[in-house]
Design a protein around this ligand. Structure first.
Ligand code: NI
Ligand code: MN
Length: 229
């Protein structure tokens, strides 16, 4: 079965896996690149990389309306339950994973920070390793710098990686090339850029360098654009 990946702008993606709709870091409110309205977004699952507002902000409203199961670290899931009454959460932690209806989700390490919008402690930031039951392996790095352990993450055999390229808050183009060489993904989608003035990047220049300097195939999406894996 194919997986359809749609970019919501910033670090947000919709993954249509079999009959399940899985959102990663959906950020619509205050996202000038958002291609959909919050009320038009459906979800069976919401996966969150860390606690920053540009990643968790819309999750309380989305989870409440859709009843989606939320997967994130234990602190963020606790905050969603206690502060927002979200009932079905899987609060795992770095290196741990959970089997869900569409596949397994594991939290990987990330080098970043993770406070929640109200200042609560948001635990450690994470990346997400998704292994579908039909055999696709997808890695969403979250907000991070490159790190040597990406080589271990790559041993899973990554079909598609989503990597930040915006610089300033995360790795930029140079860092993403280093990450690609360690991860060895088959295909790679850039994210966390152009949303705000501070993280403007030239994605076509990035794609050219990925083609010239790595073995991965770059896939640049417009917000709302999709790729079939
Ligand atoms: Ni962040
Ligand atoms: Mn961010």
């Amino acid at each position: 079965m194919a997986v359809d990946i749609t970019w919501l702008g910033h670090a947000g993606f919709v993954l249509d896996i079999d009959d399940y709709r899985v959102l990663i870091d959906p950020f619509i409110t205050d996202n000038p690149l958002a291609p959909v309205a919050l009320e038009d977004l459906d979800a069976d699952f919401i996966l969150l990389s860390h606690g920053h507002g540009d990643h968790v902000r819309d999750t309380p409203a989305l989870a409440r309306r859709t009843g989606a199961e939320v997967v994130s670290n234990v602190e963020i899931c606790g905050w969603l339950r206690q502060q927002h009454g979200i009932e079905v959460t899987h609060g795992i932690n770095t290196g741990g994973g959970v089997e869900l209806a569409f596949g397994r989700v594991e939290l990987t390490m990330a080098f970043h920070s993770s406070s929640l919008p109200d200042g609560s402690y948001g635990g450690q930031p994470n990346g997400l390793l998704i292994q579908t039951y039909s055999g696709q392996t997808i890695y969403h790095a979250g907000d991070t710098a490159p790190f040597m352990e990406m080589q271990w993450i790559g041993e899973a055999g990554i079909d598609l990686a989503m990597l930040p390229i915006g610089d300033y808050f995360t790795m930029g183009i140079e860092g993403s090339l280093r990450a690609i060489r360690l991860l060895q993904p088959r295909t790679v989608i850039p994210m966390h850029y152009n949303t705000f003035d501070l993280i403007v990047q030239d994605a076509s220049r990035w794609a050219q360098r990925v083609n010239n300097e790595t073995d991965a195939k770059p896939i640049v999406l417009d917000p709302g654009g999709s790729y079939r894996l």
